[in-house]
Design a protein around this ligand. Structure first.
Ligand code: ZN
Length: 313
């Protein structure tokens, strides 16, 4: 049976690319691995952040929509992101974020999780994970190896029909329920990707039948992308999605990966992205993210596109 070995990336909407760059790159220490435009709306930024190479499971991407109203979290959406940090790193992060005037909270019942929001209100969490220190950290002028974020830990989906979402995760993507808890009238199911613990391997599905539908805007998560090893693995997952009643799109070339998209039954937009070719396809490792990269079909319009984009330094 086809299976996705984990999440590839998560894409959110920001209202100010410069402000988001400062937050994710300087404050959180992720690497800007690609600056390009939204291929479906080339007058707007699409920024990719990740580990040193932007490996699958480490990547957070942002569409800039300068006029977007703040989004309202609700059913049918990914509503929170947890990023993995090494054991013992949480206290240092509380200090760093507080010094940067980011309001932080310690998650109740767990002294190793730091919760906060990005500048557009996206709910974020840093959680200590046993596996984190086994991976190299991206070291910056402000963040050392012992503190560096090691990719996605958990993505939380808010849905009105848990069973329908669970069946897509299990039947079409090959993930397995590994925990469930109910608190305050909510049911939370945790799903794990097949294989060893590592980045992008966990999804929490929170059942909230009373929650209003999400309203997409600044600070909203636009979609979550699952990994497929290659085109053949992606096609196989596409077929099981179709059998599960979803309507996956044709494959689209995103230069750094190739993608199909389908909305799961509660409305969350799922993407399945190939691991390759990756972010080194058009830039050297040392200059990742340094300049505006455009797909071939947009290269002819570079001047016009550069003139339309808000400045990003
Ligand atoms: Zn995507």
């Amino acid at each position: 049976m086809p299976a996705s070995p984990g999440l590839h990336h998560v894409t959110a909407i920001c209202s100010d690319a410069q402000r988001s760059r400062d937050f994710y790159e300087r404050v959180l220490g992720l690497r800007l691995v690609k600056r390009t435009v939204n291929f479906d709306d080339p007058g707007t930024w699409h920024l990719y952040f990740g580990d040193e190479t932007g490996g699958p499971g480490s990547v957070l991407t942002f569409f800039e929509r300068p006029t977007a109203e703040p989004g309202k979290p609700g059913a049918g959406q990914a509503v929170a992101l947890s990023l993995a940090i090494p054991k013992g790193a949480a206290h240092g992060w509380v200090r760093r974020l507080t010094e940067e005037d980011v309001f932080v909270a310690i998650a109740p019942g767990a002294d190793d999780a730091v919760t906060f929001h990005d500048p557009d209100g996206l709910a974020l969490e840093l959680i200590e994970q046993d596996w984190a220190e086994t991976l190299p950290g991206y070291v910056t002028a402000f963040i050392g190896e012992e503190q560096a974020i090691r990719g996605l830990a958990v993505v939380t989906l808010l849905v009105d029909d848990c069973d329908a979402t669970a069946s897509v995760l299990e039947e079409a993507l090959g993930w397995r329920e590994c925990a469930r808890a109910s608190h305050g009238g909510f049911l939370r199911l945790r799903f794990a990707a097949p294989g060893e613990a590592g980045p992008g391997r966990l999804i929490d599905v929170l059942k909230a039948p009373e929650a209003p539908p999400a309203e997409e805007g600044a600070g909203s998560i636009h979609h979550i992308a699952f990994r497929a090893k290659d085109d053949a693995a992606q096609a196989a997952i596409g077929e099981t999605l179709r059998k599960a009643g979803l309507k996956p799109t044709e494959q689209r070339d995103r230069t750094y990966f190739r993608s199909i998209y389908a909305r799961e039954p509660s409305g969350v937009l799922f993407e399945v992205a190939t691991d390759g070719p990756g972010f080194l396809v058009d830039e050297a490792l040392e200059s990742l993210g340094a300049s505006l990269r455009l797909p071939e079909k947009l290269e002819a319009h570079r001047e016009k596109i550069e003139a339309a984009l808000p400045p990003l330094t």
